[in-house]
Ligand binder design. Structure first.
Ligand code: UDP
Length: 309
């Protein structure tokens, strides 16, 4: 297949490009390189089946494709808050461009949505049928609401044009290539520990997240994309093992063998209190569940940052 990966130079997108190349597909990566990095594509670029186009997805693309993976968006809270309007337009106008491309070419489509559509969840763990508890005009709304719009638009293309599309909701993911300055908790903690600094815990540190190792996530993405019975479906993809932020900090200190202090900082606005995916649907339809425990994934990630230093 000829596959377009929008946002393919990003953290998850670049791992996905490599996996699709291993599966012998032709991969066309489109990325505006605002947060994506060409360095993330150094492996992919070794393949003759790989092509890179530097372009913003809000501009029309002229490429022949059989499948579109839409991963193009700012994704970490500090980035999407800084480039809030760009984030909103990428997920709305950009998604529209890619959906039109898919419709015209009768290509398949996968939209990378987010656990943020659940907002500060009312039910725990979160199920695909939950509608979300989102502040529509708060600081995170630029991301949450534009991803929700991206989902709604995708489903309208399924209903109106019978587009063969599906949506995945990605929960917190970590691993090699998570940019060290993108402000997310795992990259912050590991890099603070490497520099011998105090770990910055926002709020009490009792809020929870469940962290999925990137290879596990990519396996889930590929299954959601290519297995039967996925058209028009929404899948939670994430690791259901839940940790408080303090537990994650302790684990990183222990794995790195460092005695480090913790400094408490204010909790960002609308920061969800709990987050954990119910992945029973992904298990039932895709036979997917994550395999890499947090300790092991953290060790691999720490090793990658150490090598990069
Ligand atoms: N967080 C933290 N210290 C940091 C960065 C983040 O305590 O240096 C907290 C943040 O407030 C949130 C959780 O860790 O409760 C996960 O934040 P992240 O930005 O990684 O992703 P989010 O799940 O909020 O999108």
């Amino acid at each position: 297949m000829r596959i377009l990966v929008a946002g393919g130079a990003g953290f998850i997108g670049s791992h996905l490009c490599e996996r699709l190349l291993e599966m012998r597909h032709t991969v066309i990566c489109v990325d505006n390189l605002k947060t994506g990095r060409l360095a993330n594509l150094s492996e992919a670029k070794k393949s003759r089946q790989f092509k890179f186009i530097k372009q913003d997805i809000r501009q029309p693309l002229k490429v022949a494709v059989d499948y579109i993976f839409n991963f193009a968006s700012y994704a970490s809270p500090p980035y999407y808050k800084t480039w809030s309007i760009d984030t909103m337009l990428t997920n709305s106008l950009g998604s529209h461009q890619l959906l039109e491309l898919a419709r015209r070419q009768k290509a398949k489509y996968l939209f990378a949505s987010t656990s943020e559509v659940y907002g500060d969840p009312l039910r725990h763990p979160q199920k695909e049928t939950d509608w979300g508890n989102v502040n529509p005009n708060g600081e995170r709304a630029c991301y949450d609401e534009s991803k929700r719009f991206g989902e709604a638009l995708t489903m309208e293309y399924v209903r109106k044009f019978r587009l063969n599309a599906r949506i995945i909701r990605i929960f917190n993911t970590y691993g090699p290539r998570l940019q060290k300055d993108d402000g997310r908790v795992i990259s912050n903690f590991i890099n603070q520990a490497l520099r011998g600094e105090k770990l910055t815990v926002y709020g009490s540190g009792c809020q929870t997240r469940s962290f999925c190792y990137v290879d596990d996530l990519v396996e889930g993405i590929v299954r959601a994309a290519f297995l039967p019975k996925t058209r028009g479906e929404v899948f939670n993809l994430g690791n259901p093992n839940e940790f408080t932020i303090l537990e994650a900090a302790d684990m990183i200190k222990e794995l790195m063998g460092k005695v480090l202090k913790t400094v408490y900082k204010p909790l960002p606005a609308d920061d969800p209190v709990r987050r954990k995916p119910d992945i029973s649907k992904a298990y039932k339809i895709l036979r997917w569940s994550p395999r890499v425990p947090l300790r092991e994934g953290l060790l691999r990630t720490i090793e990658w940052y150490q090598k990069k230093k």
